[in-house]
Ligand binder design. Structure first.
Ligand code: FMN
Length: 192
């Protein structure tokens, strides 16, 4: 499987080893492991230390709660129902201290989620984030409060056998991972 990072500059192995699988094994992820992931998320930086992130998760063992989350996924993300845990990240749209809109809320939910992904990698787990879900449905069925907005969903588990996937997904699972070159993304001094 070509899941490794091809780069000439050394980066942290946790970043190198993180990737988003579609094939998950049947092995369970415990509440304790999930707690470690959320603890890592909790220590992310945020504008005004607002900590605008919230998470709702369900393990497969809790069938009813897991189904509620799974039913929010779009058809194309059905592979995620094999994962041991599903979660949704949620942004608080305004600041606690003055009620003004928090322009950094989604940014900071992303930072917290990034921490969560690296902690998962440290524990030998994988997370696949998904924007393909019905946010309106998630708000309704999960009881997400006024002033909060779902950001993304995540599937958490141990990597499974790509052979277990349908042909189209298997091809994507095996394809080399690609990134834009640094010189397209970073400019020194001014935009060139
Ligand atoms: C906000 C966000 C939304 C995403 N939505 C989906 C999705 O709906 N379905 C999917 O299969 N992958 C989704 N992905 C995963 C990306 O496709 C994946 O991270 C990207 O292709 C890079 O691959 P890697 O994570 O293996 O490095 C999403 C990732 C992010 C961060």
């Amino acid at each position: 499987m070509s899941t490794s990072v091809e780069n000439s500059i050394a980066i942290h192995t946790l970043i190198e080893n993180r990737w988003s699988p579609r094939a998950f094994s049947n092995e369970s992820v415990s509440d304790e492991q999930m707690e470690a992931l959320f603890e890592a998320a909790r220590w992310a930086p945020s504008a005004m230390n607002e900590q605008p992130w919230r998470f709702i998760y369900a393990t497969k063992e809790d069938e009813a709660a897991f189904k509620q989350l799974a039913d929010c996924l779009v058809e194309g993300n059905s592979w995620a129902k094999k994962a041991s845990v599903l979660f949704v990240s949620i942004a608080k749209k305004s600041y606690d201290f003055n009620g003004d809109p928090n322009a950094y809320a989604w940014h900071d939910v992303g930072l917290a989620t990034g921490n969560l992904l690296l902690q998962a990698t440290e524990l030998g787990l994988h997370v696949h984030l998904m924007g393909g879900f019905n946010a309106a449905k998630a708000k309704e069925v999960l009881g997400i409060r006024e002033g909060f907005e779902p950001v993304s969903m995540g599937a958490v588990g141990y990597v499974g056998d790509p052979e277990s996937l349908p042909e189209n997904l298997k091809a994507r699972e095996m394809a080399p991972r690609q990134r834009k070159p640094l010189n397209e993304l970073v400019f020194k001094g001014e935009w060139k």
